[in-house]
Ligand binder design. Structure first.
Ligand code: CA
Length: 245
């Protein structure tokens, strides 16, 4: 793969940053946070943590996770209020939420699910139960993150084999183009700015000019259209790029 003049390759580039699902743990019990964090990292997740409801909303606005594990009893803003606000906003309406709570009353459980939580765990719970529930929620809501083989339109991506096909024909992609496509496939139809793509695919700790994104989008387009298919990537003027669905 040729390197562009604007790109500085660094060994610190996070490998497969775009393929790891991103979870936010919102919980004020430090020991439980650590336990969940450890288990999610083992499951292949990238993990961030927040210890109160306000911080959770700020972090979500900054970078949207793929799933939120949300404690009910939190300082500053209760978990149920956090869930309510997330559900009331367009950008986070479908964000997967699993509520964590010490409450056992059935009415609370129903309230949690009413507000739009995707699932509900009553403390204490085992880590294997939690990870199984997370997998189930992710599979239901974001099949692209739960499975190794993902299909969007006539594009199929096999993550385990690192292979992409379009209309059955193999598409050869460089590692950056593969990560770009993987990120688009996780969010089909959604428009991403060059800055968002840089953060997600290159990593925010790597210095790369935004123009580099255009170069790699160009390569990705060329590779995907080689077999004669339509260009599946849409350019949104002054906004960025999206994968057509
Ligand atoms: Ca709590």
């Amino acid at each position: 793969m040729h390197s562009t003049a604007t790109e500085i390759e660094r060994p610190t580039m996070r490998p497969a940053a775009a393929t790891r699902p991103f979870a936010l743990i919102v919980e004020d019990e430090a020991a439980l946070v650590e336990l969940i964090r450890y288990n999610l990292i083992k499951e292949g997740y990238e993990v961030a943590t927040a210890t109160d409801g306000e911080d959770a909303l700020l972090q979500i606005a900054e970078r949207q996770p793929d799933i939120v594990l949300l404690d009910w009893m939190l300082p500053k803003l209760a978990g149920i209020e956090v869930a309510r606000r997330l559900r009331s906003q367009q950008a986070t309406r479908n964000l997967p939420i699993i509520m964590l709570t010490a409450r056992t009353e059935e009415s609370d459980r129903i309230r949690g699910l009413d507000i739009g939580a995707d699932d509900y765990m009553t403390k204490p719970f085992s880590m294997s139960e939690l990870t199984a529930r997370i997998r189930a929620v992710m599979r239901r809501i974001r099949p692209a993150l739960a499975d190794d083989i993902v299909v969007v339109g006539d594009i199929s991506m096999d993550r385990a084999a690192h292979k992409v096909t379009r209309a059955g024909a193999e598409v050869h992609l460089g590692p950056t183009e593969f990560r770009l496509l993987d990120y688009f496939i996780q969010h089909p139809g959604r428009v991403f700015s060059r800055e968002q793509l840089l953060d997600a695919v290159w990593g925010s700790d790597v210095y790369v000019e935004t123009r580099t994104v255009d170069v790699h989008i160009g390569r990705l387009r060329k590779a995907l259209s080689k077999g004669g298919g339509d260009d599946p990537i849409r350019t949104v003027r002054s906004a960025g790029y999206a994968l057509n669905v």
